[in-house]
Design a protein around this ligand. Sequence first.
Ligand SMILES: Nc1ncnc2c1ncn2[C@@H]1O[C@H](COP(=O)(O)OP(=O)(O)OP(=O)(O)O)[C@@H](O)[C@H]1O
Ligand SMILES: [Mg+2]
Length: 89
Amino acid sequence: MSSMKIENLQASIGDKEILKGLNLELEAGKVHAIMGPNGAGKSTLSKALVGHYDVKITGGEIHYKGKVINDMDAQERALEGIFLSFSIQ
Ligand SMILES: Nc1ncnc2c1ncn2[C@@H]1O[C@H](COP(=O)(O)OP(=O)(O)OP(=O)(O)O)[C@@H](O)[C@H]1O
Ligand SMILES: [Mg+2]
């Protein structure tokens, strides 16, 4: 397992800037919960991390397994182990 480091991440949906310089380190082997009010950008962050087509990364870096993954497409990221899935109980 590898940790992920997010540095000064900026991301937009259409013309709207949503993430305005997010810094976050996710430690390997730990469960992390992202909390915040409606519209804060939690889903946008998830989409930015998985390479979803709605979200354009306009600045900053996502580091994972020794690489900056900003420009990897969703399939490449999935093969590295980063993807979004539903949780059904
Ligand atoms: N497809 C979209 N087109 C335009 N604006 C969007 C789109 N998706 C999200 N937004 C806007 O981006 C901002 C962040 O939304 P986001 O869905 O990331 O918030 P959230 O923290 O996940 O909220 P919630 O708690 O309601 O799930 C909001 O202002 C929202 O209106
Ligand atoms: Mg959401």
